[in-house]
Design a protein. Structure first.
Ligand code: ATP
Length: 134
């Protein structure tokens, strides 16, 4: 089976590097599935899970936005934050989700705070979703 090297990096350093048979992730434009030999492209990423498939196993990494760069033999994900499923602190994500929901339930807030709380909620829910697969 052909493979492609996938590297996920954040401003804090590398999070994941492996040869995989397929990588799927959530771009701003929708779900993307990348196989070895894919044409070069760059796409902005949404908050979501990166699924990395190899030998019948799937690794999951939670990312909160960034960029995907595809070359035929290499996929690089430059993410704002990235955590492997087994590195996610579930209690922390539950607390972050609660805080975001409380903010969203307050009515007298500015648009900016509302958007910020909505993004925090999506990050927390993404982490909780990915953590289920550890
Ligand atoms: P919190 O309010 O809990 O900080 P957040 O969504 O605001 O959540 P980020 O700003 O996205 O946090 O991330 C800050 C740093 O903390 C990043 O390095 C990120 O990987 C890490 N991080 C955030 N939440 C978790 C978590 N639940 N488990 C592990 N690492 C986390």
């Amino acid at each position: 089976m052909k493979t492609v090297n996938v590297s996920i990096v954040t401003p804090d350093g590398p999070v994941y590097n492996s040869e995989v048979e397929m990588v799927s992730t959530k771009a701003m434009s929708g779900e993307l599935g990348i196989l070895p030999g894919h044409v070069p492209m760059v796409a902005p990423l949404a908050i979501g899970a990166v699924r990395l498939q190899k030998d019948g196993n799937t690794d999951l990494v939670a990312v909160s936005g960034g960029f995907l760069e595809v070359r035929p033999d290499k996929v690089t994900i430059l993410a704002q934050t990235a955590e492997k499923a087994n590195e996610i602190d579930i209690d922390r994500a539950i607390e972050a989700k609660k805080r975001a929901e409380e903010r969203l339930n307050q009515h007298n807030q500015s648009h900016v705070d509302f958007k910020r709380a909505e993004l925090a909620l999506r990050r927390a829910m993404n982490r909780l979703n990915v953590a289920q697969f550890k």
